[in-house]
Design a protein around this ligand. Sequence first.
Ligand code: PMP
Length: 561
Amino acid sequence: MSDIGKMMRPKRFSIKEKGKIILLVETYTGSRLELHLENVSLHGIGGVLKGKLPPEEGLEIGNLVPASKISGGENEVTLGRLVVRRIIQSEEKNETFIAFSTVDSRVPIDGFLSRYLDTTLDASKGSYDYELSPSKFSLRNFREMNRSNVDLFAHAEQFEVYYQEFVESPKNQFGNIRLPSKGERVKLRQRRRGSRNDFLVMASNDYLGLASSEEVCESAKKAIDQYGFGSTGSPLISGLTEIHEELSDFIAKLLHREKAILFNSGYAANVGAVPALTGVQDLLIADMLCHASLLDGMQMSKGTSRFFKHNNVKHLEKLLKENRDEHVGSLVITEGVFSMDGDAPPLTEITKIAKAHNSRVFLDEAHSLGVIGPNGMGCAAKHPDAKVDVIMGTFSKIAGAIGGFIAADKEVIHWLNFSARSLMFSVSIPPSTAAAALTALKIFRNNPELVNRLQANIKHFVMGLRELGFTIDPNHESAVVPVVIGNDETVGKMNQVFWENGIYVVPVGYPVVARNQSRFRFTMMSTHTISDLDFVLSILEKAMEKVGFEPRKDEDKSDAA
Ligand code: PMP
């Protein structure tokens, strides 16, 4: 069990079935005292001795006990040395309560003892009554910690103690509710200064602004009239329509691949395709900053996973040299644009190394298609010499909708159709969604000015950030523009300034990024105007002044490039 797992328990547990567990302590005179265990904490243990404490044992507060054990039923655990902390004598009951702290080891509250601990939580208590604190804990700690509760729901109850404080804290930026409104200006249920609730969105995935395009919405409405709302089944059963077919054909043509196949989200595409393409004898090597959906797909694969340092071709090569020969097949996985940093990979070099080691290459173009490369055609298109075998994409960015796809050689697509479990065992996207995505893709292809406007906005914003002193590549091309501040607290205070001024931006802190890398993740839309962006930059400057923040002067490698 991790330290974190231990820390999050209540500070002290009482023992449910008194008398069942014995604390055996050995004194310096060599006698062994048997105490009935009463309560435990990580570093403390207390029990009841029948009768009075014999004075000749020399057990006084602050004295050391040379050895101790806990035993119950078949189990015995050595605790080692203890220090006497409290002695409470009860004449009435003719017993003595003795509390100790441990010296050599922690009390093993996650072992057999856990069956006897009273884990009932008192909701009226705050997290400081427990061995957790909101400043030390993050949501991730709760997700990742080892659990050792007999009642599975006890974990959720423990989380609830943290959650109640978390929702009231500035850390909670999640789950804002949008009222009827769309595009880059929205109304939220939450209020800001002057009771206003209108916000300029700097946090949308809808980079091209097509989610609210009239044409896109009309095509969805028409499909509902023609087909009804749902697709009525999974793709292999009854869930495909002519619209789904037209959409996958369109994608294959757009990306110059033999065939494409639809999934019901980008997430489903990755968790479906990655394990379907790799088996128990295969090697998977991914960039360490790959998206959760790729990591989950790798976990679901029966193959062996390795990670190379972010965009580091040399490290990829090292891992391939060390591992490739021990495996049958090999898949190198990377992204066209990384979702938190907005940077892009050296794709040609990556595929060159991959091919030199007889590996296939899987490229997630979620944030790159519609944004980077010639006419926004993505990372693979930007690197025509790169040999990419599988392209993954999603409609959640390029169309601001939902649905994912894989485009590849026809044999690969046929295989996925009968092996990707997230596709086979899940309903397909509704015809209306497929129609909307298809219309959005057509608008994207026929209107290069959409991407040009997006790129002009990105450039303008990036230049503004550089003027404010931030180190960011002047050639930054992706719609994800990170503004790294450092610690969570400063980000929280600055976020209040954005919020008061009606700017809806996503602060990203630990654990999504490293602890000293907390940031704002601005996302650009082609529908933002230059004056929108100037407004955001002016509020950023104001927020920096308010908290006394100055960007760190890193060596600006980008200028030299
Ligand atoms: N891949 C990447 C790189 C992503 O950033 C995301 C989501 N933002 C996904 C896959 C999952 O896509 P979706 O939200 O469409 O399920």
